[in-house]
Design a protein around this ligand. Structure first.
Ligand SMILES: Nc1ncnc2c1ncn2[C@@H]1O[C@H](COP(=O)(O)OP(=O)(O)OP(=O)(O)O)[C@@H](O)[C@H]1O
Ligand SMILES: [Mg+2]
Length: 223
């Protein structure tokens, strides 16, 4: 699904250049959970941002289903991200003055479907993740685990092909981690793909493939 060749990424910091990823080549298969692991600062989050087209590399080719992200216009890339990719972050983000349901619907304005259909689908998603009773509350009133399940529902709204998750279980206890990982693995059974950055040993056990980024992003290998 992803085929990456010769990926290099650097950040300019002050007058210096910080090389973060050096000449990485790897592939990610579809309909699998792929975990990206490695030491802190190895560049895992940066790699995830590049895969989903939020950051661009200095050099290298990122092919997604045969299309090179680098060749796409900004609009085309934004459309691809909205239509095909879903995101879950380490710390759940939300708009506290909107309800849980409204937060799940945040990306709805990018959809081609009618708002009524989307609302019905968002409600179904919230029932699936066990938040039906909390739909009309502010997310600020939810526990961390509940907020992460809301984030999952939001990521699923536009039926993405790939779900990117950066340390999604980092702030969760074991039970809530298992809940979230179960939701993700059910999506994989439906043919979706999950790309997961994690330090969490339990999360890694759910992965079909583990890619380890070496210190300072100088290598990447399948474990
Ligand atoms: N926008 C930025 N500007 C400058 N340097 C950055 C930027 N983003 C990341 N870095 C640097 O790139 C390196 C890799 O960062 P990244 O967040 O990708 O690591 P990571 O593997 O996700 O680490 P962690 O496990 O701690 O989350 C770090 O040294 C970081 O300081
Ligand atoms: Mg990170």
């Amino acid at each position: 699904m992803f085929k990456v060749t010769g990926l290099c990424k650097q950040f300019v910091v002050g007058v210096g250049v910080h090389q973060v990823l050096s000449n990485l080549s790897f592939s990610i298969d579809s309909a699998k959970i792929t975990a990206i692991v490695g030491p802190s600062g190895a560049g895992k989050s940066t790699l995830l941002s590049i895969l989903c087209g939020l950051e661009s590399p200095e050099s290298g080719v990122i092919n997604y289903l045969g299309r090179s992200l680098g060749d796409m216009k900004a609009e085309e890339l934004a459309k691809l991200r909205n239509k095909e990719f879903g995101f879950i972050f380490q710390t759940p983000f939300y708009l506290p003055y909107k309800t849980v349901l409204e937060n799940v619907l945040l990306a709805g304005s990018y959809a081609e479907e009618s708002m009524d259909n989307l609302k019905a689908y968002a409600s179904d998603l919230l029932v699936t993740v066990g938040l039906s009773e909390h739909m009309h509350k502010s997310p600020a009133l939810l526990s961390g685990g509940e907020q992460q399940r809301m984030a999952f529902a939001r990521a699923m709204l536009l039926k993405p092909n790939v779900i990117f998750a950066d340390e999604p279980t980092a702030s969760l206890d074991e039970e809530n981690s298992t809940n979230l990982l179960t939701l993700l693995s059910e999506q994989v059974k439906l043919g979706r793909s999950v790309v997961l950055v994690s330090h969490d040993k339990e999360a890694i056990q759910w992965a079909d493939t583990i890619l380890e980024v070496g210190p300072k992003g100088k290598s990447i290998n399948e474990l």
